[in-house]
Design a binder for this molecule. Structure first.
Ligand SMILES: Cc1cc2nc3c(=O)[nH]c(=O)nc-3n(C[C@H](O)[C@H](O)[C@H](O)COP(=O)(O)O)c2cc1C
Length: 335
């Protein structure tokens, strides 16, 4: 177990915040397979203050998702303080501040990773969130720096710690990298060596091996996984088994398709929209569940045409048949 403020979290692996991906259905699937902690999609601090309609949808937390953080982004300490006060009504276990988002829409208002360029402001935003949050711990998610010639995660981490943050998540890429290239885990280690609050390591963990590697290389207190969980909530079970010296049995194609259908059903159930619109949102997830299998390119293309749950069921049946036929043919060839 690790502790962020007064919140206890299993020291296995947690889910990264991912806008338009890690929504409630996604988080619930990951929690079901052992995810230790999750973070909401980012929410605009200013938007909340002007009572953005999407706030309730983004900030509502169900008990099965806990422990969970609500993540805010913003560039003004006063709005951040007010936003924290508003989201406290949703009873988050933790409040996280986004200082890593690279997208122009966020960076151009001085928020997200733009704050990596203004350490003083990053400190003041953290301080005002901490004051407003009372007993609820505040964490900050940063990148390694703005660009390769301005790697300053250590400096910003120290400032954030002094401002009262209870933990820091470090994604080892610069803003300029967006999501390309590799995450630099040495930066995560340097931050871990420099601060006394827990450090969450993030970037390029895709299985139990890379998770153990991240723990060993960086000494981080918790590993955070983003894209490695696409169509793969099982990654959390795999990691939990590895860290507890238990045998992990990967899912069969039948189980994968069963879980894919469960995920789609959950998206439909939780969506206020029609089945067709909800399935539209589920398309990318279904394609991810099919990644890496024989003949999956054609099936993944079909995922992007799905309009209903029954179509997804039919596609899953055909996918299972293709995999089993291939296994059978290979078996015959070899015998
Ligand atoms: C589709 C997508 C959406 C993301 N949205 C957020 C976000 O809302 N807040 C945030 O702090 N990071 C966000 N990130 C960054 C991830 O949390 C994470 O730092 C990044 O993907 C690196 O981790 P990974 O290599 O495990 O994917 C997003 C990443 C992706 C791919």
């Amino acid at each position: 177990m690790i502790k962020i403020g007064n919140v206890e979290i299993k020291k296995t692996a947690c889910l990264a915040p991912m806008a338009s991906v890690a929504d409630r259905a996604y988080r619930l699937m990951c929690k079901k397979y052992g995810c230790a902690y999750c973070v909401s999609e980012m929410v605009s601090a200013k938007g909340i203050c002007y009572s953005d309609k999407k706030t309730a949808e983004l900030c509502t937390i169900t008990d099965d998702e806990r422990p969970m953080a609500i993540q805010l982004f913003g560039s003004e300490p006063d709005f951040m303080a007010e936003a924290v006060e508003i989201v406290l009504k949703y009873n988050p276990d933790i409040i996280d501040i986004n200082m890593g988002c690279p997208v122009p829409k966020v960076v151009n208002i001085g928020a997200g990773s733009s704050l990596m360029k203004d350490i003083d402001l990053a400190g003041r935003i953290t301080e005002s969130a901490v004051k407003s949050a009372g007993n609820v711990p505040v964490t900050v998610k940063i990148r390694s720096g703005w660009s390769t010639d301005s790697i300053n995660a250590v400096e910003i981490a120290k400032t954030i710690e002094s401002a009262g943050a209870s933990a820091i998540a470090v994604h080892g890429r610069t803003r300029d990298q967006f999501y390309s290239g590799y995450a630099d885990w040495n930066v995560i280690k340097s931050v871990k060596d420099a601060v006394n609050i827990p450090v969450i390591g993030n970037g390029d963990v895709t299985d139990a091996d890379s998770c153990v590697n991240m723990y060993n290389t960086t000494g981080c207190d918790l590993v955070m996984i983003g894209r490695g969980s696409y169509g793969n909530p099982f990654i959390f079970k795999e990691i939990e088994c590895r860290l507890n010296n238990k045998l992990y049995i990967p899912p069969t194609v039948e189980e994968k398709m069963r879980v894919m259908l469960e995920h789609i059903r959950m998206i439909i159930e939780l969506s206020p929209k029609s089945e067709e619109l909800a399935v539209h949102e589920a398309r990318k997830h279904s394609a991810w569940y099919m990644n890496g299998y024989y003949g999956s390119a054609k099936f993944r293309a079909e995922c992007y045409q799905l309009k209903s749950y029954s179509e997804a069921e039919f596609l899953a049946e055909r996918f299972i048949k293709l995999q089993n036929d291939r296994l059978h043919n290979n078996h015959q060839k070899n015998s």
